[in-house]
Ligand binder design. Structure first.
Ligand code: NAD
Ligand code: G6P
Ligand code: MN
Length: 441
């Protein structure tokens, strides 16, 4: 059986240890001969790598492991790149969140002006890695979950149309895990779903069990009362901030009770509520820096110092096993049905064929084949047209170095009240993003 060689791009990510543990757990399904880490922050990556070296040595010492900041070393002789970079790291996420909040506008990692600012940083970072892949391993696939995935996907569609990149998001997976729990099913894989939208901007239209029974009524009953909230959440989306997001799905659902919503729609439907509940001096970035980031790095340092994982609190990121499913789908042509961000091309017939939409796809050796989701109602179509225009304007602004288009993009976001506020936010964002954005004129 062929064994695969993979590179984790963004080796210093807080998600890397959980994903490595997950990959090691799944070696029977997806055999690996080599794991490489690539990052442009040597010191940050080294801390994660020193711990992962110990983990790999304990669990699968036959795997060749290395960490590097050299593109040629990182991207030569590989089959898959698992990409989760954060250009500008948490320091810039904090600015993305706090600058809009200064003007009473939602400050969020991927939605509104914060997401636009992050997009302007991410595009160059992801394109650069695709170019290294093209140079050193042209047959390799990138499985990308670097955010903001909607903007990154549009940029790669437009600027690297022949690249082998698959864009995927874990939010629908996280929500489907909750749905399975609400329904009392052992796994989200016991459900067959229909879904359409843009990334962080979509709706489930149909959910059935393997006998074809409609599960929507029971789910709607729960969501109508509690959103996606359960008594106890586990894993990545377990803290209070996520719980409150899951509860808020109740209000999002109420706007269109024919469908079940992605939680991210709350930023577009109830922006003022979000602003009212956010401390402008201590945002999600601060929570993550003080929580997940400190925890992961202290655990990594502990493992590296002791030279053993004994007593370690690092957990397998079970829910990230969708990454293995995706890699397997390509490697073994499994034809698995998965939700991916792909070019519309008729999957939603009454929507821009060039839009990057999130829809179920059949995934095999040649990549994804989107499944037709049918025409969509006026409400969703109107929202999606506005949002996709924002995303396309950001990519055009990046490409053409256009101040005007970026101002238009921010103005068009549903989260922003008017063009004057959009301009103030933009001017502040330009100031702090000099190192990362193309110069605008
Ligand atoms: P993190 O800051 O801990 O890790 C990101 C790493 O990327 C850092 O080590 C940083 O040095 C590195 N990096 C930045 N720019 C780079 C470049 N140009 N080349 C190589 N490496 C670079 O961030 P995190 O919280 O672990 O998240 C990582 C990414 O994964 C983010 O984009 C986040 O939004 C995304 N994410 C996506 C999903 C999804 O559903 N799509 C889920 C979780 C996280
Ligand atoms: C979900 C989304 C990701 C996003 C993450 C943020 O998983 O799908 O795209 O990056 O949430 O979570 P955090 O805990 O960093 O706020
Ligand atoms: Mn996501």
């Amino acid at each position: 059986m062929k064994k695969f060689s993979i590179t984790v791009a963004g080796g210093g990510s807080t998600f890397t240890p959980g994903i490595i543990l997950m990959l090691l757990e799944n070696l029977a399904k997806f055999p690996i001969r080599q794991i490489k880490f690539y990052d442009n922050d040597k010191e940050r990556q080294q801390q994660v790598a020193d711990a992962c070296a110990v983990i790999i040595k304990e669990k699968a010492s036959e795997i060749n492991f290395l960490a590097t900041t050299e593109p040629e070393e990182a991207f030569t002789d590989i089959d898959f790149v698992m990409a989760h970079i954060r250009v500008g790291k948490y320091a810039m996420r904090e600015k993305d969140e706090k600058i809009p909040l200064k003007y009473g506008v939602v400050g969020q990692e991927t939605c509104g002006p914060g997401g636009i600012a992050y997009g302007m940083r991410s595009i160059g970072g992801v394109l650069e890695i695709l170019d290294y892949m093209e140079k050193y391993s042209p047959n390799a696939w990138m499985l990308n979950y670097s955010n903001p995935a909607a903007i990154v996907a549009e940029a790669t569609r437009k600027l690297r149309p022949n690249s082998k990149i698959l864009n995927i998001c874990d939010m629908p997976i996280g929500i489907e895990n909750l749905m399975a729990k609400i329904l009392g099913l052992p796994s989200r894989k016991d459900m067959t779903i229909r879904y359409y939208g843009l990334n962080h901007f979509g709706w489930w239209t149909d959910i059935r069990d393997k006998d074809g029974n409609d599960l929507m009524p029971k789910l709607k009953e729960h969501v109508k009362e509690y959103g996606y909230d359960l008594e106890k959440n586990e894993g990545q989306h377990a803290d209070e901030s996520w719980q409150s997001t899951f509860r808020k799905a109740k209000d999002v659902y109420a706007v269109d009770p024919d469908t079940l919503p992605n939680t991210y729609l709350k930023y577009y439907f109830y922006p003022q509520d979000e602003v009212a509940h956010t401390d402008p001096n201590y945002t999600r970035a601060n929570q993550v820096m003080d929580g997940r980031e400190k925890f992961i790095f202290s655990q990594c340092n502990r493992i590296a110092d002791l030279g053993t994982t004994e007593g370690s609190e690092l957990e397998i990121d079970e829910h990230a096993s969708y990454i293995v499913d995706l890699a397997r789908a390509i490697a073994y042509d499994t034809q698995e049905r998965m939700l991916l961000i792909v070019e519309n091309n008729g999957a939603i017939p009454n929507f821009d064929p060039t839009a990057m939409v999130e829809v179920p796809c059949i995934v095999g050796v040649n990549g994804p084949e989107p499944l037709v989701q049918g025409t969509i109602p006026r409400f969703q179509k109107g929202l999606m047209e506005q949002q996709v225009a924002v995303e396309k304007l950001v990519v055009e602004a990046w490409e053409e170095q256009s101040y005007q288009k970026l101002w238009q993009a921010i103005t068009l976001s549903r989260t922003v009240p008017n063009a004057r506020v959009a301009k103030q936010i933009l001017d502040d964002l330009i100031e702090v993003n000099k190192e990362y954005w193309p110069e605008l004129h």
